[in-house]
Ligand binder design. Structure first.
Ligand SMILES: *Cc1c(COP(=O)(O)O)cnc(C)c1O
Length: 411
């Protein structure tokens, strides 16, 4: 009896103490994040995702959305989505390889392949799922991935998951990459880069990356989450902008940003598509996208290729150029670039959040970006432009940004 009770008590004591320790460590961890100025929380948007939104109950100008062309509340996408629900219901009910491949998946893939001028395309559930699925499908132990130092976190996650060796090269520095490839390329090599860098707004030197991949017989993958729909004459992305197409082996892009929907694609050869279907675990082991989402993506892919799409891209470029030049003229530290992503690099995480909070009080919603999203000491306010901003909106915003920037000693 005694022995028995002893064991029970020990067990209870063990559980109580580990429970208490666990609470303490979680508290400590949160306190540690807070004390470094890195605690994150969400801000509530209670309206549509338009150029102006209701944020924490205030009407504000939205300057941190990736809804670059304003398609997230476009009537054509909404109508397509509603029609798809009425025709096909609300869920695909299974993964693609079970019973979850519907007509709309195949229609969207055909439309993307045509849009990207590629042999084939495969749809993924999100950009994150695409990167963590594609990279381990292509490389594994004994292989090497050459990855730009500023690549998106989901690319890094995909590489870590693959078990391949990660060789990071200095940002957009193809000469350093050439030396690193001479030294480290073995097995199957993959070069992977953002097309447009999500936190810096500059563009990858794709022609040089294509040369290097040819020299070493490597594969080249470009993540065009911020280029698709926006860059190039018809919005095909960073490869179209630089006069390259099928030289990039895997053109990954997303539907959740400029295309106003949700999900992602890989534009590839028919052979690579078949490999991804057989090897990409995020494709194989996850319920596929529902009809409503696929129909909105399909409508968006069609829309960006029309004259309406051309007009939106033109407006976005004009807005971006005006906003970028105005902040540079005012003396802010803006990394060189030409896209709709315009960061003010501040350095301190705490000042960055003070800046963001002060702007919100002034009716401007711009998020502070801190480590680990960007390297330590490079915290920044990341502004993103939309085609649906008016020049008057933006001129007013620049004035208020200058005012707050001066009061915080940032400029
Ligand atoms: C947003 C983003 C992703 C992730 O895409 P989701 O569809 O939001 O999961 C991947 N890569 C880059 C460069 C991104 O900016």
């Amino acid at each position: 009896m005694f022995f028995f009770g002893h064991i029970v008590n020990l067990d209870i004591i063990c559980r109580l103490t580990t429970g208490a320790d666990m609470n303490r460590t979680i508290q400590n961890e949160l306190e540690d994040i807070r004390s470094r100025g890195l605690l994150r929380s969400t801000r509530l948007v209670s309206s549509r995702q338009a150029a102006r939104v209701t944020c924490n109950d205030h009407d504000v100008l939205l300057l941190c959305s990736n809804n670059y062309l304003g398609l997230a509340d476009h009537p054509a996408l909404a109508a397509a989505s509603i029609e798809a629900i009425e025709q096909y219901g609300t869920s695909s009910g299974a993964s693609r390889l079970v019973s979850g491949t519907m007509e709309l998946h195949e229609r969207l893939e055909a439309a993307v392949a045509t849009f990207k001028k590629c042999e084939a395309a495969l749809v993924f559930n999100s950009g994150h799922a695409a990167n963590t699925g594609i990279i381990p499908a292509l490389v594994g132990r004994g292989d090497v991935v050459f990855s730009d130092r500023l690549n998106h976190a989901s690319i890094v996650d995909g590489i870590l998951l693959s078990g391949a060796r990660l060789v990071r090269y200095p940002h957009n520095d193809h000469q350093s990459l050439a030396l690193l490839m001479e030294k480290h390329a073995k097995g199957r090599s993959l070069i992977v880069s953002d097309g447009v860098f999500s936190m810096d707004g500059d563009i990858a030197p794709l022609a040089e990356l294509v040369q290097l991949k040819r020299r070493h017989g490597a594969l080249l993958m470009v993540d065009d989450a911020h280029g698709c729909g926006v860059l190039g004459r018809q919005g095909r992305g960073s490869a179209e902008l630089q006069g390259l197409g099928n030289d990039v082996d895997i053109q990954m892009g997303t539907f959740g940003k400029a295309l106003g929907s949700f999900g992602a694609y890989a534009a590839v050869t028919a052979e690579l598509r078949e490999l991804l279907i057989n090897r990409a675990r995020s494709f194989i082991f996850s319920t596929s996208l529902p009809p409503s989402v696929l129909a909105a993506s399909l409508a968006a892919v069609e829309l960006v290729q029309t004259s309406e799409g051309d007009g939106l891209r033109e407006q976005l470029r004009a807005n971006s150029t005006f906003f970028r030049n105005s902040l540079v003229d005012a003396g802010f530290k803006i990394p060189a670039g030409s896209t709709q992503i315009v960061p003010i690099v501040i350095g301190s995480a705490v000042t960055t959040m003070e800046f963001s909070d002060a702007l919100l009080a002034e009716g401007l919603f711009a998020q502070g970006i801190r480590p680990p999203t960007v390297p330590v000491g490079t915290s920044r306010l990341r502004f993103t432009l939309m085609a649906t901003h008016t020049l008057a909106d933006l001129a007013g915003a620049v004035e208020r940004i200058c005012h707050v920037g001066r009061s915080l000693g940032v400029v």
